[in-house]
Design a protein around this ligand. Sequence first.
Ligand SMILES: [Zn+2]
Length: 72
Amino acid sequence: MSSMSTPGSSEATPVVLPVSQAVLWLAGTTILALALYYFIGVDQGAVSVFGRDMHVHEFVHDARHFLGFPCH
Ligand SMILES: [Zn+2]
Protein backbone atom coordinates (compact mmCIF):
# COMPACT_ATOMS: atom_id res chain seq x y z
CA MET A 1 0.00 0.00 0.00
CA SER A 2 1.29 3.45 -0.87
CA SER A 3 2.04 5.81 1.96
CA MET A 4 0.12 8.58 0.11
CA SER A 5 -3.23 6.79 -0.07
CA THR A 6 -5.53 6.39 2.84
CA PRO A 7 -8.09 3.65 3.22
CA GLY A 8 -11.43 4.74 1.77
CA SER A 9 -9.95 7.52 -0.32
CA SER A 10 -11.69 8.22 -3.62
CA GLU A 11 -8.53 8.33 -5.74
CA ALA A 12 -9.01 6.30 -8.88
CA THR A 13 -6.31 4.97 -11.11
CA PRO A 14 -6.78 6.13 -14.71
CA VAL A 15 -7.85 3.54 -17.25
CA VAL A 16 -5.48 3.52 -20.21
CA LEU A 17 -6.60 1.57 -23.28
CA PRO A 18 -4.14 0.04 -25.70
CA VAL A 19 -4.10 1.89 -29.03
CA SER A 20 -5.75 -1.02 -30.86
CA GLN A 21 -8.69 -0.99 -28.46
CA ALA A 22 -8.96 2.79 -28.61
CA VAL A 23 -9.08 2.70 -32.40
CA LEU A 24 -11.78 0.03 -32.26
CA TRP A 25 -13.90 2.09 -29.84
CA LEU A 26 -13.46 5.28 -31.85
CA ALA A 27 -14.31 3.57 -35.14
CA GLY A 28 -17.37 1.85 -33.67
CA THR A 29 -18.61 5.04 -32.07
CA THR A 30 -18.11 6.97 -35.30
CA ILE A 31 -19.98 4.39 -37.38
CA LEU A 32 -22.88 4.28 -34.91
CA ALA A 33 -23.04 8.07 -34.70
CA LEU A 34 -23.06 8.44 -38.49
CA ALA A 35 -25.80 5.80 -38.83
CA LEU A 36 -27.89 7.60 -36.19
CA TYR A 37 -27.28 10.95 -37.88
CA TYR A 38 -28.29 9.48 -41.24
CA PHE A 39 -31.51 7.87 -40.00
CA ILE A 40 -32.60 10.93 -38.02
CA GLY A 41 -31.48 13.68 -40.36
CA VAL A 42 -31.28 12.36 -43.91
CA ASP A 43 -33.36 9.23 -44.46
CA GLN A 44 -36.63 9.87 -46.34
CA GLY A 45 -35.33 13.14 -47.64
CA ALA A 46 -33.89 12.88 -51.12
CA VAL A 47 -32.58 9.37 -50.43
CA SER A 48 -33.57 6.37 -48.34
CA VAL A 49 -31.93 3.00 -47.74
CA PHE A 50 -35.32 1.21 -47.49
CA GLY A 51 -36.99 2.54 -50.62
CA ARG A 52 -40.42 4.11 -50.10
CA ASP A 53 -40.95 2.59 -46.65
CA MET A 54 -41.82 5.26 -44.05
CA HIS A 55 -41.28 3.26 -40.83
CA VAL A 56 -37.81 4.67 -40.05
CA HIS A 57 -38.97 8.20 -40.83
CA GLU A 58 -42.03 7.93 -38.60
CA PHE A 59 -40.02 6.30 -35.78
CA VAL A 60 -37.54 9.20 -35.58
CA HIS A 61 -39.93 11.94 -36.71
CA ASP A 62 -40.19 13.76 -33.37
CA ALA A 63 -36.43 13.61 -32.86
CA ARG A 64 -35.95 15.06 -36.33
CA HIS A 65 -38.16 18.06 -35.55
CA PHE A 66 -36.70 18.47 -32.06
CA LEU A 67 -33.15 18.62 -33.47
CA GLY A 68 -34.13 21.07 -36.20
CA PHE A 69 -33.62 18.92 -39.28
CA PRO A 70 -35.77 19.93 -42.25
CA CYS A 71 -38.73 17.63 -42.71
CA HIS A 72 -41.95 18.97 -44.20
ZN1 LIG B 1 -41.98 16.31 -39.95
